[in-house]
Design a protein around this ligand. Structure first.
Ligand code: SAH
Length: 262
């Protein structure tokens, strides 16, 4: 029976796909890739006989029809999409009709742009005693936010917020952070095209400067905004209590005994 694989391509650089994802590309009978967000650099790994289509001009119905048609001809078909398929990737809407038609579906996870954005800036999203929670969210655009998920409500947790799909709505982002009690000078990280060779921009700003800054970006589409009390931790001397317990000399765990300081 044919199987359609939803493969996370990673945030941009083709080297950030998983080994399993690359192996699937190398044997796929057909690949439908999200050309607006996925690097064409992935296409060099496809077999010469592979049928390829770019989904950027397609509707959901056209994508599903294409995948169904290809699944009728090849044992393995790939839907290649940006970052991780489970985040803002229309996975349910696309996989649903395939499953209903009796097609097997598999997902290969990918490096999300949230992780790639933290990585390029050498930032941690969790820091002991500061924040132990990460919220992946967005502000309402044409897609409304469900009740209780407005940024203002989520930001009250004072944890790390990775804000997707919101670079054209930066006034709203800043206003909601302020309404939740964040300082206008609270640091923010803005990463545009994380990991895209030669195109990546890493910008450090704060809540009150965010809007002006984002207006000057050449393309706003692939931009991640990270608000976090853990930002810049690696650049400062860290108080002992914010160090990870796992590596604390005075801490015993399954793989190591505490070093006695007496
Ligand atoms: N599934 C993807 C997200 C798709 S939604 C993932 O896991 O990353 C598209 C949004 O993701 C963009 O609006 C932007 O906020 C973010 N994004 C995607 N690629 C990015 C990149 N290379 N750098 C920064 N943000 C990116």
């Amino acid at each position: 029976m044919a199987k359609v694989w939803f493969v996370g391509a990673g945030p941009g650089d083709p080297d950030l796909i998983t080994v399993r994802g690359r192996a699937l590309l190398a044997r796929a009978g057909a690949v439908l890739y999200a050309g607006s967000l996925v690097s064409p650099g992935h296409l060099q790994y496809l077999p010469a006989t592979c049928t390829v289509a770019d989904s950027s001009g397609m509707t959901l119905e056209e994508m599903v029809a294409w995948l169904l048609a290809q699944a009728g001809q090849h044992p393995e078909v790939v839907r290649l999409q940006t970052g991780d398929p489970s985040l803002y990737g229309a996975l349910a809407e696309t996989a649903g009709p395939l499953l209903a038609s009796g097609i097997e579906v598999g997902v290969i996870p990918g490096v999300s742009s949230a992780m790639a954005s933290a990585a390029v800036a050498v930032e941690t999203l969790t820091l002991p005693e500061v924040t132990q929670t990460v919220i992946l969210t967005r502000v309402a655009g044409r897609t409304p936010m469900p009740d209780g998920e407005q940024l203002q409500a989520l930001a009250r947790h004072r944890c790390t917020l990775c804000i997707f799909l919101s670079a054209t709505l930066v006034e709203t982002v800043a206003a909601e952070l302020i309404a939740a009690g964040w300082s206008p000078t609270a640091p923010l990280l803005v990463v545009h095209k994380a990991s895209w060779p030669g195109e990546e921009q890493v910008i450090r700003t704060n809540v009150s400067d965010l809007a002006n800054l984002c207006r000057s970006l050449p393309v706003q589409g692939q931009t991640m905004i990270i608000a976090s009390p853990a930002l810049t931790a690696a650049r400062h001397a860290m108080p002992l209590e914010t160090r990870s317990r796992l590596y604390d000399p005075a801490f015993t765990h399954g793989f190591r005994s505490a070093i006695s300081t007496e």
